[in-house]
Design a binder for this molecule. Structure first.
Ligand SMILES: NC(=O)c1ccc[n+]([C@@H]2O[C@H](COP(=O)([O-])OP(=O)(O)OC[C@H]3O[C@@H](n4cnc5c(N)ncnc54)[C@H](OP(=O)(O)O)[C@@H]3O)[C@@H](O)[C@H]2O)c1
Length: 169
């Protein structure tokens, strides 16, 4: 495909695997993150790196310009009040990306890496900055955006390539 695919959080554990798979398919990949140091350590040479912060919408315009699809694989902090709070990264950040895509007027596919248990408000993980509530709010923002989308709700990941499909009874 000629238009690039943006992987926000592409220097992270999930994002690195996604980036490698896309490159192997012959896609052009833009990795987006905050730390150039992390990018130097973890990014394949064939990917392009852009420094941007999902909490700061002004930084997203250039890296998202002209992309065919966006993969959002951002890890939140666990403190409800901190700058990395689940509210700012899992909901605010998703909205900033959607707004940036909407302002460009294009129909980009949005892939959101969410997590298992997201609908279980009583789950212990929700004690960390209401992480599950904000994830669900981020999912809802994607679903109501009108863009084509995929939401993935993984459980614990092993950071290894897939080895087939496990069928649970
Ligand atoms: N790994 C698992 O087992 C697992 C299981 C279920 C769900 N998930 C979900 O999958 C997503 C990715 O997880 P992961 O394990 O890959 O996390 P990770 O290794 O900590 O990577 C997180 C990525 O997000 C980027 N990031 C963080 N804050 C950002 C911001 N404000 N703006 C732009 N980029 C930002 C980081 O780069 P910088 O720090 O350079 O910005 C990094 O590339 C998360 O939502 C996680 O909860 C993971």
């Amino acid at each position: 495909m000629d238009s690039p695919i943006a992987v926000i959080g592409g220097t992270g554990r999930v994002g690195r695997l996604v980036t490698r798979q896309l490159l192997a398919r012959g896609e052009t990949v833009r990795v987006i993150g905050r730390s150039t140091q992390r990018a130097r350590r973890h990014m394949p040479a064939q990917a392009q790196y852009f420094t941007a912060d999902v909490r700061d919408p002004g930084t997203l315009r250039t890296p998202l310009h002209g992309c065919a699809a966006v993969v959002y694989a951002v890890e939140p902090g666990t403190d409800a009040a901190g700058p990395d709070s689940p509210e700012s990264t899992l909901h605010g950040g998703v909205r900033h990306v959607l707004d940036t895509l909407g302002a460009a007027g294009a129909d980009r596919h949005f892939v959101l890496v969410s997590q298992r248990h997201v609908t279980r408000r009583d789950h212990p993980m929700n004690a960390y900055g209401r992480m599950l509530d904000w994830r669900l709010a981020g999912e809802d923002a994607v679903r109501s955006s009108g863009l084509p989308y995929t939401v993935i709700r993984p459980g614990w990941l092993t950071d290894e390539p897939g080895h087939g499909v496990l069928h649970l009874e």
